[in-house]
Write a protein that binds this ligand. Structure first.
Ligand code: PMV
Length: 418
């Protein structure tokens, strides 16, 4: 954790305030299906990488405001979320159905944090939560993970929570518990109890600085079926899900840990792509079927395959140099090491992007645009032949490309001055 900027809640005018930023995470071995819907305990453990909060983040501020009178309606909760707002009393059952944040889960987090905290008079505060994402919400870019991790972190710090922050985040949104840490993270299924289903960091971001993640935004509209509803249907109807859980638990998790430990990109790439494919196979095996991938997603899968074949022809390497993975949405996450990053970006720009990719690329690396601008792709005629053969002629596939490295731990700021 990065505590350098953090000073525990400043008290001024009966108000405590904390702000933090937190990044989404992308699962290499995915979670799909719960053994406990209420506590959000997964059927299988999962492994993810946390992205760099400097490019993709949720920023959340939590304020505790001393109540004037202690009403039996409990705390008043104000929510400001990506330019929409609402307020309600925690014990008021007559609240409108529309919810900006899942109220049941939020109240569960609050209850947990206040019942095991080091703050005097924890029940004597109203609570203001303001949060915004700097990227499109609910289109498969893991916005709930970063948002709820941020909220859990803020609540945990401001109330001086004595329990596990990752457990708190998990109650807000399952995969959020992995965003509590930077680097490579495992969310353990545990023994089915809440306190054992927590996340831990496997390796810090510094373990593999040559690894890059490219987020290809193909669609920025809200997805049709949320992961919560989708996975409930899968648990109810998919036979394949049980086999996937077994495969992940018995084989893939340990193989993935080993691949990360050895920084074996080929092994990581194969496992990541196969796990993404198995996850989407479970989605298709669900009834009614869940179609998270669209034609653009499938075009990107074919591109990755062709890229790997071409690079094999051009060198002695026999392992993939590029990998894809897709969450519950059509957008693609590509993994690539530094050696092939610019080549990959250049080709994506040539074939799938309408305009100059250099102008709109969002990146943590300020030199990347220049590198891309001056890049001369060897054997371009061969690549052109491949584009033609594979029928990759649409310039409208990719809307935006975001480049990230594996990110660090959460930064947290005292925000009275923000
Ligand atoms: O935590 P949720 O409800 O956002 O579910 C996330 C599910 C996947 O993104 C598809 C897989 C994963 O492990 O992140």
């Amino acid at each position: 954790m990065c505590y350098e900027l953090y000073k525990l809640g400043i008290e001024m005018d009966e108000k405590l305030v904390i702000t933090c930023e937190c990044a989404p995470n992308i699962a290499l071995i995915k979670y799909w299906g719960k053994s406990d819907d209420d506590l959000i305990i997964p059927l299988n453990s999962s492994i993810s990488i946390t992205l760099d909060y400097r490019v993709l983040n949720s920023r959340t501020t939590v304020e505790l405001i001393k109540k004037n009178d202690l009403s039996n309606l409990g705390a008043k909760i104000y929510i400001d979320l990506n330019e929409a707002s609402e307020e309600f009393f925690e014990n008021d059952s007559n609240v409108p159905v529309k919810e900006l944040i899942n109220r049941k889960r939020l109240l569960k987090m609050l209850h947990k944090v206040r019942s095991n905290c080091g703050l005097d008079d924890a029940l004597s505060y109203d609570i203001r939560i303001s949060s915004r994402n700097n990227f499109p919400t609910a289109c498969g870019l893991a916005s709930s993970a970063s948002g709820l991790a941020c909220l859990a972190y803020c609540l945990s710090k401001i109330f001086k929570y004595q329990g596990n922050t990752a457990e708190l985040a998990r109650i807000g949104s399952g995969s959020a518990c992995r965003s509590i840490f930077g680097g490579f993270v495992c969310w353990h299924a545990g023994d089915g109890t809440s306190s054992t289903s927590i996340s831990t960091q496997l390796f810090p971001s510094s373990h593999w600085p040559e690894l890059n993640v490219l987020i290809l935004v193909l669609e920025d509209q809200k997805k049709s079926i949320s992961s919560t509803d989708g996975m409930k249907d899968s648990v109810r109807t998919s036979d394949l899900l049980k086999d996937r859980v077994r495969l992940v638990e018995e084989k893939r998790l340990s193989e993935m840990q080993e691949a990360i430990k050895k920084k074996d990109f080929g092994a990581l790439a194969c496992l990541t792509m196969r796990d993404s494919n198995t996850f989407h196979a479970v989605c298709l095996d669900t009834y009614p079927p869940l179609f998270y991938l669209n034609d653009k997603s499938k075009t990107i899968i074919r591109f990755v395959d062709e890229f790997n074949k071409m690079n094999k022809e051009n060198s002695s390497s026999t392992t993939p140099t590029l990998a894809y993975t897709f969450d519950a949405g059509p957008n693609a996450f590509l993994l690539v090491e530094d050696t092939h990053l610019v080549q990959c970006l250049y080709l994506i720009g040539q074939v799938f992007y309408n305009g100059e990719l250099t102008d709109s690329l969002i990146s943590v690396d300020s030199d990347l645009r220049e590198k891309l601008k001056s890049y001369q792709c060897p054997d371009m005629s061969k690549w052109r032949e491949m584009f033609k053969r594979a029928n990759f002629i649409s310039k409208q596939v990719v809307k935006t490309v975001i480049h990230s490295k594996v990110g660090d731990d959460i930064p947290c700021t005292n925000s009275l001055s923000d």
